[in-house]
Every structure is written in C-alpha cells, then in structure tokens.
Design a protein around this ligand. Structure first.
Ligand SMILES: [Zn+2]
Length: 348
C-alpha cells in the first residue's frame, strides 16, 4: 500500500494547484457570482479548486488584482492553510472533515469523543445552522466571508433547506462555493441559486504529472494502471493506488468470471462496486464495437448478451444505494462476485 498524505494540505497552496485546475481557477476568479457550483464526476479536483477559490477571495496581498489567485503568503492565506480562518466556514460530512484535517465545532468534537454518537457521513443541519449564524456576523478580517460546501450532495433535505435563504440573499460580502460529484442529487432550489460550472478533465499528461508528484512512491506502471482504471480522473487514481486496487485491476475481469472471491479480498464493497460498474460499462462498450475506457481490451472476457448486461447494471444500481451500510460486508462481497460471475458467463 502506498502512503498518500491527504491531510497535510499541500494542495491548498496556490502554487501547487494542479495545472488543469489552475486554468479553470483563472476563469472562475473573473466571475462576479456570489455562489458558484462546481460540478462533474468524482476525481477531478472539485474540493481542491473550491478551496483555492475561497483562499483567493479572502487573500489580503496588497495591490492584488481582480482575478489574481491567492498569494499563499499573507496572514489570511496562512490561516486557510492551517484550517483556522475566521471568515471561512466549511460544510462537509464530519468524517471527511476529520480526514482532511478540518476542526469540528467544540460540541460536535466533544459528542464524538464522549462516544455519544459517531462522526456523521452527512452534512448535519446543526452545522448548517452554525454557518447561517456565521453568515450574519461581520467579516473578522474585512475581506468578506466564504462558505464552502463539499460534497454538496451530502446535505440532506433538511440541511439544504436550512441553507436556502442565506444562499438566496447572502449578507454583505458573503460568497459561496459549492462543489459536488452528483449534481443530480441536489435540490433544484439549491442548483438554481448558484452559477453552475462543469469541471473540465485534465489532459492525460496533466493527470500523469499530478499523480507522479502526489504519489511519488508508486511505479510508473502503477500510476498508468490507476489512471486508466479511474478513467483519467487523477484524484480517483490516487485513491485506487492507496487502496491497492491497481495491483489486481488487470486480473479482475477474469477473476470475476471465475467467481474468485480471494482475488478481491483487499477491496471494500464500495471499491468492488466501482470496479464492477466500470467492468459492466466496458463490456457494453466492447459489445457496441467501442474501445473500453477503464480496462485494457486484452484483459476483458467476451461480453455476455445484452439482456444479461442490463440485468447486472440494474443489480449494481440497486447495490449503490446500500453499499455504505452493508449488513454483513463479507457476505455482500461474495454475493457481488457471484452476480458478476453469473452475468459474465451468461449466454442468454
Ligand atoms: Zn494571500
């Protein structure tokens, strides 16, 4: 397993923002929008771009020009870097905040420490209410205030509704940046109050350059396999390397065809589901005469009939809804391997 440092925050320094995101940041900083919604599939850097925008809006460099990215040096930039900026509130699931090194509110941290409850995987309504209160205060450092929401789809209906009014009529110089990997799951009322921006994909060279810098311990072959497996989405590729999934990737389609549970023993249910979604996608592609996107053509078995693939796709969709809370994870994985085997070997 390769060590990926997620919590040291090198990405929030403006100079280290990946090239494809820096290009997009220049454009976004020139917009007057008070609420931006960055959307696109996972792994393209929504969070990194959102944070860099927030940092740039708050930057205090003297003589800074409109649209210029954050300097990375001033007291404000340093406060963002140390996760303690008085005019920046981040709304994220607590589990994600903890893994990215953001402090929780005193009460939330105490409840978790006292084992009254577990860290939440949703954006809690209590956090949204605190953000709304924050929005009503005057800016501490005088450069305006920012609320960053990521992933925005982690707000449940109550949390989203609690944010709506502030999002619609922000006080003074408050700005929002929402980032999402599932824009279709957001309330239409949230979407309509933001200026939407679809993230662009990196070029393969940009993706590889970033991955080389971010996961220096991985071999070039590992990096290429992971990038291919991610569909050229660099942040997802880094997660694939961290999970070790890249080392079984090439052998996975044939192992699933044989129903070999041992071949996926290092994978979580969510990782296996992702790998199976991609396999299902690629088998469809090959069936239709297109090139596979996530697996190498020579690693794929012969595609089964369309009816079997459609049934498998439906099963995977159903699984997506309960994959985060499996009753018995090991049984779920066995079931998933059996379903895959059945589909791939189907001849009707
Ligand atoms: Zn600065």
């Amino acid at each position: 397993m390769t060590d990926v440092t997620e919590d040291e925050g090198p990405l929030d320094h403006p100079d280290t923002l990946p090239a494809w995101l820096a290009e997009q940041r220049s454009h976004l900083l020139s917009l007057p929008a008070h609420a931006l919604l960055l959307h696109g599939p996972s792994g393209l850097g929504q969070y990194e771009l959102a944070l860099s925008l927030a940092q740039s809006w708050l930057c205090e460099k003297p003589g800074r020009e409109q649209g210029e990215p954050a300097c990375g040096m001033c007291p404000s930039c340093q406060q963002v870097h140390s996760r303690g900026h008085t005019d920046l509130v981040v709304l994220m699931p607590e589990t994600l905040m903890l893994s990215l090194g953001w402090p929780l509110s005193e009460k939330a941290q105490k409840d978790i420490d006292d084992k009254k409850r577990k860290a939440s995987q949703e954006i809690r309504i209590e956090s949204v209410r605190e953000a709304v209160q924050f929005a009503e205060l005057t800016s501490g450092r005088g450069r305006g205030k920012v609320i960053l929401v990521y992933p925005a789809e982690a707000m449940n209906a109550a949390s989203a509704n609690a944010l709506l009014k502030t999002l619609e009529e922000p006080q003074g110089s408050l700005r929002f940046v929402l980032a999402t990997e599932a824009a279709h799951e957001l309330l239409p009322t949230i979407r309509s109050r933001c200026q939407a921006f679809a993230l662009a994909e990196p070029t393969p060279n940009q993706a590889l350059a970033w991955l080389t810098q971010y996961v220096p311990g991985a071999s070039p072959t590992d990096r290429e396999t992971a990038l291919h497996a991610s569909g050229n989405r660099p942040m997802d590729a880094a997660k694939i390397i961290a999970s070790g999934a890249h080392s079984v990737w090439a052998a996975l389609p044939l192992a699933l065809q044989k129903g070999r549970v041992d071949a996926v023993s290092g994978m979580s249910g969510a990782q296996l589901l992702d790998a199976q979604h991609k396999l299902c996608h690629d088998l469809w592609a090959v069936k239709l005469g297109a090139a596979p996107r996530f697996y190498a053509a020579q690693d794929l078995p012969k595609p089964p009939p369309a009816r079997a693939l459609a049934a498998w796709a439906e099963q995977l969709k159903t699984l997506s809804r309960r994959i985060d809370h499996p009753f018995k994870p090991e049984l779920l994985i066995e079931d998933m391997v059996q379903q895959a085997k059945q589909c791939i070997n189907s001849r009707v």
